[in-house]
Design a binder for this molecule. Structure first.
Ligand code: CP3
Length: 370
């Protein structure tokens, strides 16, 4: 698929790792010690910021906003102006892929995203325009490039994609109703067709991440929000096999950028499977998992990211401070670790709580120097 993908000629950047002024995140993912724990937050750009809401008002359509690189760059920079964060993330969405597959993606204000033409039968998979999709994703590479130009070498830039299984959930169910019951039913009724869909998505996503690396991304983040709804027996084939394909495609194409995998529902991952082979460099976990235990089990093979419950921040700065300190108590946060939330920031999060989270991680670092 790579050979067919459009590269924007002279705009193509080297996928070699660049020399960054702040390289804490990269060091952590390369299993090197850092002077201070790197911090970034899932969904750090978005509705909890007034300045986001102001820009959003001028764009009735969320996806058309994602196509305007001046806007996506501005939105990605907004949280960096307010908070002392160690990474930027390109402003985009995981549903750019079904959109590029002509499935008709719409964002309804109160309902979340809806796909107009979901997969109903196995034959629908064969009719999806997988070969044409890479050409329709150029706007995302421009967003990466534009953010990279604005950042210079100041901070690492995170490029991302939804995972094959999480995208398949939307592509089959059409929207998140009854915990993607339709997607799960389809996967049990048509296991071969499901695997074929996941393989096609894995190749497309590999290409998508590779292009983001070529255009200036320093870390590649694969987001599996819905792996946790799978039965344990299916997790390996539907969530981890695609990760294996993507990791090996990146390596085959000479991509040096570390791969960070977010799994909501990590508790269903089998630590032995993860230990047997290295499927990525970093694992981001949610708050239902014991961080200290995961850290003990899986470092130094994997760097662990997480895992404060984003709802703690809603309780205010004091609760945030206490829970953050507690989270860090039984790990070594200057090694093999990235401080973050266990999922995205919620829309009504108070800004003081975010400051409290960041300040507490920094204070913890200082307290442990003495
Ligand atoms: O700083 C960042 O991380 C912003 C970039 C970003 C967005 N979506 C912007 C966005 C990222 C990384 C995502 C990922 C994403 N999108 C996921 C995976 C992470 C997760 O939270 O589980 C998922 C499942 C989606 C799908 C999606 N997009 C939903 C369910 C929604 C609506 C509800 C919601 O949570 O906001 C969106 C829309 C969306 N994507 C918004 C933003 C800022 C809100 C759009 C608006 O302003 O109306």
């Amino acid at each position: 698929m790579s050979s067919q993908t459009p590269l924007t000629g002279s705009h193509k950047q080297e996928s070699k790792l660049r020399k960054l002024q702040n390289d804490r995140l990269i060091k952590a993912l390369k299993q090197q010690a850092v002077d201070r724990t790197p911090i970034w937050l899932m969904r750090q750009a978005g509705r909890y910021l007034d300045e986001y809401q102001q820009v959003r008002q001028h764009h009735p359509n969320f996806l058309s906003m994602c196509r305007c690189s001046d806007t996506t760059t501005e939105l990605a920079l907004q949280p960096l102006r307010r908070f002392d964060l160690d990474a930027a993330i390109v402003f985009s969405d995981i549903l750019t892929i079904p959109e590029a597959l002509d499935m008709g993606v719409h964002f309804q204000p109160e309902q979340g995203p809806v796909i107009a033409s979901p997969i109903n039968e196995p034959e629908d998979i064969d009719n999806l325009p997988f070969h044409e999709a890479p050409f329709k994703l150029n706007y995302v590479y421009h967003a990466v490039q534009s953010l990279r130009d604005a950042l210079g070498n100041r901070l690492p830039l995170i490029g991302f994609s939804g995972s094959p299984w999480s995208l398949a959930c939307y592509m089959i169910s059409g929207r998140n109703t009854q915990n993607f019951q339709k997607a799960k039913r389809f996967s049990f009724a048509h296991p071969q067709a499901t695997r074929s869909l996941l393989e096609k998505l894995s190749l497309l996503i590999s290409d998508y991440l590779i292009q983001q690396a070529h255009h200036g991304a320093d870390v590649l983040f694969l987001i599996d929000t819905w792996g946790g709804i799978l039965p344990f027996s299916h997790y390996e084939h539907f969530a981890l096999d695609p990760l294996k394909i993507i990791h090996s495609q990146l390596r085959q194409q000479g991509i040096k950028q570390p791969l960070l995998f977010y799994s909501k529902g990590f508790s269903s991952l089998h630590p032995n499977i993860l230990k047997k082979q290295s499927l990525c460099q970093g694992l981001a976990i949610d708050w239902t998992v014991d961080l200290a235990n995961t850290y003990r089990e899986l470092t130094p093979q994997y760097t662990i990211q997480g895992n404060l419950d984003p709802q703690v921040l809603l309780a205010g700065p004091l609760a945030t401070q206490q829970h953050t300190w507690q989270m860090l108590k039984n790990i070594h946060p200057k090694k093999h670790y990235i401080a973050s939330l266990g999922h995205g920031i919620l829309p009504n999060t108070p800004l003081e709580s975010i400051h409290a989270f960041i300040d507490t991680v920094h204070s913890f670092n200082h307290a442990n120097e003495r």
